[in-house]
Structures are given as structure tokens and as C-alpha cells.
Design a protein. Structure first.
Length: 116
């Protein structure tokens, strides 16, 4: 008896087909590559596609750039929806990296060892 794994959409043209229907639900993925390869854009495209599908997303990053700069670049792309930041999509940067600053309406919180 064959059982298929539950999948979630990537929102990236052609990727779901290559992956056999999308990303495996509940799995963790590490995306790596050279600077400028599109890792951050792809990860955010997956995140926003799943927000549109009704899911909540936690985006964890080790960004070398500020979130303001990231959102400035993402704002030029069709999938980006700034109104969802801090509501259905949240971002987490590890200590020593830029802190989350979505907007004045959602002030940044200091991330400690425990998350609630």
C-alpha cells in the first residue's frame, strides 16, 4: 500500500511539478546558494503563496541586509502583500542580525530564548 505525503504549494512556477506536488507539509528546508541566486525571493514567494492559501507563516532568516531593504525589494514583486506583515506572516532574525520592524503599527519585539 502506497501512501502519499501531504504537500503545500510553493507558488513558484514549475517548482511544485518538479517536487511531485509541492513541498512536504511539516518538513523543514534549508535553502542555500550564492549571493544573488534568488534564495530570499523564492523563500518569500513560498511564504506569501501560503498566506494567500489561508496559512500562517513564520519566516526565519539570517539576513545580512535590513528588513526595510528586503521589503523595499520585495515591494517591486507581484506576490508581496505588505498588509500581511505581522498578521499572517511573521519574520524572525537570530540575535546579532537585523531585528524585525514591520511598521509603526507593529513595533519590533526583542527575541529571546523563548518564543510565545
Amino acid at each position: 500500500m502506497t501512501q502519499s505525503l501531504s504537500r503545500i504549494i510553493s507558488g513558484v512556477d514549475g517548482l511544485d511539478e518538479v517536487l511531485g506536488g509541492g513541498l512536504v507539509e511539516g518538513a523543514s528546508y534549508i535553502v542555500q546558494g550564492q549571493p544573488g541566486a534568488g534564495k530570499t525571493i523564492m523563500a518569500n514567494q513560498v511564504a506569501f503563496a501560503n498566506v494567500r492559501a489561508g496559512r500562517k507563516v513564520l519566516y526565519i532568516t539570517l539576513l545580512a541586509e535590513t528588513h526595510d531593504r528586503l521589503f523595499q525589494v520585495l515591494g517591486t514583486l507581484d506576490f508581496f502583500d505588505r498588509s500581511q506583515l505581522g498578521i499572517t506572516i511573521n519574520s524572525l532574525s537570530f540575535p546579532g542580525h537585523p531585528r524585525v520592524d514591520f511598521s509603526a503599527a507593529c513595533p519590533p519585539r526583542r527575541v529571546t530564548a523563548s518564543c510565545s
